[in-house]
Design a protein around this ligand. Structure first.
Ligand SMILES: [Zn+2]
Ligand SMILES: [Zn+2]
Length: 149
């Protein structure tokens, strides 16, 4: 089940809601099964080139998704903005593959937030300046969180 993640700034009116985690349709069979009518990969992987590569890894290189796939939180170090992107890790016969995402504004590669091992929901925002006012006022607004699937 997915859950929204709301970032708010205590210093200004910045607020951003992102859908993280996985939905009910995101079973491994639906994610890996390209030829299944329920396949959801084309809607998750927006880049045609990447989609072709993933297809090739799965079909021709014995590629398998690790079970940590899902919508993850990414951060642009240049403009400071936060984005949600579909993260996955594929192990295949000659190595592994993970997607990289560029900030739509700055075109720099964004950094994925690694969830705390002990507490997956706990993402430390205090060390990141607010994308709008630049001050360190970011908090996770737990009161606005909703389940999305
Ligand atoms: Zn940026
Ligand atoms: Zn702010």
């Amino acid at each position: 089940m997915g859950q929204s993640f709301v970032i708010a700034c205590t210093e200004c009116d910045y607020k951003k809601e992102l859908m993280l985690g996985i939905g009910m349709m995101y079973s491994p069979a639906n994610v890996e099964g390209f030829d299944s009518e329920f396949t959801i990969l084309p809607s998750l992987i927006k880049s045609k080139k990447t989609l072709e590569l993933v297809k090739c890894l799965l079909n021709e290189k014995q590629g398998r998704f690790a079970d940590n796939y899902g919508h993850a939180l990414y951060h642009c170090s240049k403009c400071g903005e936060f984005y949600e992107r579909f993260f996955y890790h594929i192990d295949h016969e000659s190595g592994s593959f993970e997607p990289t995402f560029k900030c739509p504004k700055c075109r720099v590669v964004m950094i994925k937030f690694e969830a705390d091992e002990d507490d997956e929901k706990n993402i430390d925002l205090s060390r990141y300046p607010c994308p709008k006012c630049g001050r360190n006022g970011l908090i996770q607004d737990v009161n606005s969180m909703v389940c999305w699937d």
